[in-house]
Design a protein around this ligand. Structure first.
Ligand code: HEM
Length: 152
């Protein structure tokens, strides 16, 4: 019999209009395991794939700008995992709803975003404990619902 040893589940929570499920921050141990440089690599990979994706038009159009954007996101994720508050230092208060308001984020765009996030995380499966990986996924899975601001 083929029992999987992994309990990791990259499920995607279905979006229900008007419902914003409670958000739990990722385990700080995710940051301890991945390290700051690992987090920056993760977001470089993620933004490189966003740049070639079907939702690329939402994002800055040049590779240079995308690499800067990836660093802002990495700053945020280091901070939300309990690390150095680089985002506050470099960009100010997170206010993610306000910062995403200029971009039309539909339920479908969120799905594409999450699928590319899973792709970017896959090389780390087995290197990061399943428990910490799951807590990171659960955070992006839920919080990405909060970023939806356009119906279709
Ligand atoms: C877990 C959910 C998410 C988090 C924590 C997050 C975080 C961030 C952060 C930190 C920034 C940089 C803001 C700045 O420096 O001023 C940003 C920008 C942006 N995000 Fe998100 N985001 C999320 C979900 C999404 C989704 C689902 C989309 C669209 C499908 C999206 C699209 C964008 C765009 C277009 C920008 C502006 C360009 C950029 O700086 O990257 N985000 N996001």
């Amino acid at each position: 019999m083929n029992f999987s040893s992994s309990s990791l589940n990259f499920n995607i929570l279905p979006y229900q209009e008007g419902v914003k499920p409670p958000v739990t921050k990722p385990n700080p141990a995710f940051l301890t395991e991945i390290g700051e440089e690992g987090m920056r690599d993760l977001f470089r990979r993620f933004y490189t794939s966003l740049h070639k994706s079907t939702i690329k038009d939402l994002f800055p159009q040049s590779e240079e700008e995308m690499m800067i954007a990836s660093q802002h996101s990495a700053d945020f994720f280091i901070q939300i995992c309990g690390g150095t508050p680089y985002f506050n230092q470099n960009r100010g208060a997170p206010q993610m709803g306000r910062r995403h308001a200029p971009f039309a984020i539909t339920p479908e765009a969120r799905l594409h975003w999450l699928v590319l996030m899973e792709d970017a995380l896959q090389p780390l499966v087995g290197q990061i404990s399943d428990e910490n990986m799951q807590s990171f996924w659960d955070y992006v899975n839920v919080f990405s619902i909060w970023m939806i601001n356009t119906r279709e």
